[in-house]
Design a protein around this ligand. Structure first.
Ligand code: AMP
Ligand code: MG
Length: 320
């Protein structure tokens, strides 16, 4: 397994691996993805195996240009097209009717497929050079913290991946927002890097929340997910520091917190910055020789909703 800089030659090498039915980890603006040729069911099966992801959890298919959609979907409705025009390339995933080319393993036998065009240039080059569409979930072990650096991918998946393209830190650092259009209404299935308000502002109609954890349609939205190994406890405000504990502050605290066991999501409380730092700070704290991670709750507004969704799920693993 190689971690490679994103040179033209290395992206070509990663694309060759995809063409030959292998799996490759690559950077996107959300988190690192673990990709395989979406049209090759055996290659896609390797993703589930490497992640230890249950087959009932469908994958997002990544495209590089709109014409790629013909390979995997039927013709989208006009509202989906409008949203693509506005938010693609970018961190918005849209559920569309799949066509017969796309193997069932990608969608866990659902009639719909989740599609996204990433904005990260390395990802776009990689998809183009692969000459196909790329099925890719996040490049972490199932249920664990999402990777926002090549090193996070390596530490979780190691040699089960054929290649990792190192594109540095992910700019958004949080997963894509997932929506679907049904009878001309927009439903939000997962909070993510694009806020509900951003979509509503553009489309001038309310977006309906459709986030329940027991749905077969979005089985990835399990009650616990994105979890560190350590127990994580959410609290309103961190006021004291104890031995053998790690601390995730939202903003800079007004008292001294030792740097080795404390991380701040955003000194000034900028939600974009907080989202970008969320998983990398949790990875850091999870590796310390401590027993518990305390994380401060964030106001559930705008991107704060997606951040709190990840923190709530992370904390439920050990508190079921
Ligand atoms: P990940 O790529 O690991 O962030 O997970 C992708 C998530 O997208 C899955 O866990 C599902 O919840 C969701 N998803 C993928 N395909 C579909 C689909 N066809 N219908 C509804 N949700 C989907
Ligand atoms: Mg994931």
């Amino acid at each position: 397994m190689n971690i490679l800089k994103p040179t033209d030659a290395n992206i070509t090498a990663a694309a060759e691996i995809i063409k030959n039915g292998g799996i490759a980890a690559f950077p996107t603006e959300t988190v690192y993805g673990l990709g395989a040729d979406a049209l090759n069911p055996i290659a896609v099966a390797k993703i589930f195996e490497a992640k230890k992801r249950p087959f009932f959890d469908p994958l997002i298919v990544h495209i590089a240009e709109l014409s790629d959609m013909d390979k995997i979907t039927k013709r989208p409705d006009s509202k989906s097209l409008k949203l693509m025009e506005r938010f693609w390339p970018g961190p918005l995933t849209i559920i569309l009717e799949k066509n017969d080319n796309l193997p069932h393993i990608v969608t866990s036998s659902l009639p719909n497929v989740a599609v996204r065009m990433p904005s990260n240039n390395i990802a776009l080059e990689f998809i183009k050079k692969s000459g196909t569409t790329i099925a890719a979930p996040s490049a972490n072990r199932f249920g664990c913290l999402s990777p926002t650096s090549a090193e996070h991918v390596y530490s979780q998946l190691g040699s089960s991946v054929d290649i990792i393209i190192d594109g540095g830190q992910c700019t958004f650092g949080i997963e894509s927002t997932i929506i679907k259009i049904l009878e001309d209404k927009i439903y939000l299935l997962r909070h993510g890097a694009i806020t509900k308000e951003e979509i509503e502002e553009f489309i001038k109609e309310p977006v309906v929340l459709d986030i329940t954890s027991d749905k077969t349609e979005a089985p990835g939205q399990l009650p616990y997910h994105y979890s560190p190994e350590k127990q994580i406890i959410l609290i309103d405000k961190i006021t004291t520091i104890e031995e053998r504990c790690g601390y995730l502050f939202y903003k800079k605290p007004d008292f001294y917190a030792p740097e080795n066991s404390s991380k701040i999501l955003s000194e000034k409380g900028n939600l974009r910055e907080a989202a970008a730092n969320l998983f990398s700070h949790l990875h850091y704290l999870d590796r310390l020789d401590i027993d518990i991670i305390y994380a401060e709750k964030i106001e559930e507004k705008g991107l704060g909703i997606a951040i709190m969704d990840r923190l709530n799920k992370a904390s439920r693993k050990n508190n079921k």
